[in-house]
Design a protein around this ligand. Sequence first.
Ligand code: SF4
Length: 380
Amino acid sequence: MVNITRNPTREVRIGSVSIGNGHRIAVQSMTATKTSDIDATVALVHLLEQAGADVVRIAVDSKKDAEALAEIRKQTAANLSVDLQENYRLVSQVAPHVDKVRYNPGHLYHHEKDKPWQEKVELIAATARDHDCAIRVGVNCGSVDPAQKEKFDPADSITPMLESAWDHCRYLDSIQFERFCVSLKDSDPAKVVEVNQRFADRRPDIPLHLGVTEAGLPPEGVIKTRIAFEQLIGRGIGDTVRVSLTVPNSEKGQEIQAGREILQDIHEGRVRSVVSLNENGINIISCPSCSRVENEAFVELAQNVKQMTAYAAEHAITIAVMGCRVNGPGETDDADLGLWCGPNYVNLKKGTTALGAFGYDEILVRLKQELDLLIADSTG
Ligand code: SF4
């Protein structure tokens, strides 16, 4: 066993599991069913639990989802976490049924724009306290607090994430709410390493939830995540992890398996030499899907994009494939070509320029045309 000195993080209890303060690193996953489909969601929670998930996260977007959650809670003893998404006020409806709530500082602006974020966080924290819940402050590269973003160079995506996370930690500390962890996620493993390292340098006491967003299909998605986790966990950073993979619901247990394998390998010293990922080759990123996926053809589309683009393996081009219109447009901004799914159409863009919406049966041909043009530009 490798002797890793972990950061001296605070202990945070999430239902029957505790993270931080030297506790075993917890592995979590998320349901990707429609939360209002109670039977399908409960079945997936059970599947993840059987795969060994310490915590299972569920997305709640609406009152209907929140009502379904109350029923889901009755049918499982799993440690449940909920993503509050844009509507932070749903916290009062969901907190009684879960063990942790996650809010994204960048999403607190979407409702009641004139209300200071501190008031919103105060409500979330007070409700979490009343219902014995932990909190995760989940900062994401694709949805950073706009007030932080405008203070920094647009090319610097990391500092606004950090400033946002530090502000929220300071605020939660100031209202004596200590039962929280933080996540700082990006789809680029190198950025995940840098942002978490810098966060932990300043706040080694706050437990970190590690993950690479939109890591994509296995096996590449597992490799990207492994690269980031090796660098961070090897330095004692990280108290809970999620491996986000684009796989059908029936195979979601792979996220837990992959997480446990990576952790075990790190602790037994079986690490790969860490290199920048695929800087000279094609990079396909795809979201792990969640209840917001608008068409189940998304997973197959991601697989087809990977197959179709294999001929461009030698070109340093990033293609992002996302499952919904809510996060898709923002999360694809940094890709050379971005696709995000609607119910009947797939939207395509090149850099930040929209190229239109295409049927599921047309999109691959259109994508190939754009890819060929990019290759011609880079070699011509
Ligand atoms: S891009 Fe949309 S579907 Fe994919 S994980 Fe994010 S919110 Fe869910």
